[in-house]
Design a protein around this ligand. Sequence first.
Ligand SMILES: Nc1ncnc2c1ncn2[C@@H]1O[C@H](COP(=O)(O)OP(=O)(O)O)[C@@H](O)[C@H]1O
Ligand SMILES: N[C@@H](CCOP(=O)(O)O)C(=O)O
Length: 299
Amino acid sequence: MAETTINVTVPATTANLGAGFDCIGAALTLYNKFSFTKAKELSFYVTGAEAERVKADESNLAYQAFVKLYEHIGQVPPPVRIGIELGVPLARGLGSSATAIVGGLVGANKLAGSPVSEADVMNLAIAIEGHPDNVVPALIGGCRLAATYEQNWAICDIPWHESIVPVVAIPDFELSTAEARRVLPTQVSRADAIFNAAHLGLLIRALQTGDGDWLKAALQDRLHQPYRQGLIRGFDLVQGAALEAGAWGLVISGAGPTLLALVDKAQAAGVEKSMAAAWHSTGVMADVRSLSIDTQGAK
Ligand SMILES: Nc1ncnc2c1ncn2[C@@H]1O[C@H](COP(=O)(O)OP(=O)(O)O)[C@@H](O)[C@H]1O
Ligand SMILES: N[C@@H](CCOP(=O)(O)O)C(=O)O
């Protein structure tokens, strides 16, 4: 009998975008690929940079999500051979864990004959990750805002103006999301809550219209970045270099350490160069790239 292989490609994501801590994220044109083939026993074949760092046993995050889907439908997961082709660097704030969760859920659902709706796959993904801002755009693409509504999620798309280029500077050191969440306070002042509410509203309009003045003001945050900057060596220098080269603003991508500059197309090449040089001057090698917004999500 012919082997059936399910292939799932999942985009990287940049979460938070400054003021949208834990609620907004955008899918980027950088991908992880997962394949699932029924086999006699569980095995893994992982390729790409840092492949040796991905767990190749039952604790693998893509496999754990795969199992969760089968538990959800009340079936025993079949043994599978899982192929993982890494394009999204690990623990850099580009949603690698979200790709694994979405890849495992979507692969399992397809292998099981698609018994679970996309909305329920999304609910499972959010429950596993614990926040929606990476897994939602990883699953359905685009820039998305997620808000709880009673026991459900209201998900909306945030139009992204074509003139805005996301430039990511990915350093050669890691920062786990768990570590970057540990430094956050559990309570914030009313002034900081108001500051972020206002800036998130402004950010959404600025992304939609491409208004540079609004973007400059909007890319500020008081809920997570002030506490995390100290974990990212060279933050001030790279931020200064990006602004000097003409970026509208710079934020921490997800929980970091990748830094994301939002830039007009005409300035993108100069901003890339300046960010790489600034990090290099502190002894950090950074892979700096202009990307686009992925509009399809997991395929
Ligand atoms: N392709 C993958 N397959 C399996 N597990 C993965 C994959 N990518 C990431 N992970 C898991 O997610 C962890 C990184 O998660 P996290 O610290 O949240 O960083 P990120 O910002 O990249 O999501 C990795 O250490 C690994 O355990
Ligand atoms: N809102 C989360 C986003 C984490 O994104 P990641 O790409 O770093 O996993 C947070 O800021 O903790």
